[in-house]
Write a protein that binds this ligand. Sequence first.
Ligand SMILES: [Fe+2]
Ligand SMILES: [Fe+2]
Length: 169
Amino acid sequence: MLTKKVEEICNRQIEREGYSSNLYLAMASWAENKGLPGIAEWFYTQSDEERMHMLKFIKYVNERGGKAVLPAFSKPPVKFKDVGEAFKEVLKHEQFVSASINEVLAMAIKENDYATSNWIQWFVNEQVEEESNAQLILDKIELAGPGGLYFLDRDIMSLRAVATQPGQA
Ligand SMILES: [Fe+2]
Ligand SMILES: [Fe+2]
């Protein structure tokens, strides 16, 4: 059974994963309206993954005798300066989420909850990937330069395929 404090911090993470999903959905919609279908698809896929993260937390909390609570989500931004700025925002957001996951782990250890400490390791590893994927795309944006947006839009999904190969996911 989860302690109250672990239950609370897991519920906080449900909100953060759900917000991440909405943030990337907003970015997908923005990119789609900008005539960037590849980048939009990358964000739609990312949004689905974040929803899956939220579901993992919901199911875990309920499975461990806690109560998962769905919060209200704050409204994500509607527009972004350009693709580079959007991905800078992704990296910043993922760094925030990594810190947040570390806090869940720290709380689990403090509460002697070794099951949660063990369970949360998947997210610790996932965050390493998330930050590295965002950085990879930022590097490509810089490499491609202002004229390279067409190619980035065309090829961005193949970067995701590489980044999620077995053993790297
Ligand atoms: Fe996530
Ligand atoms: Fe993420």
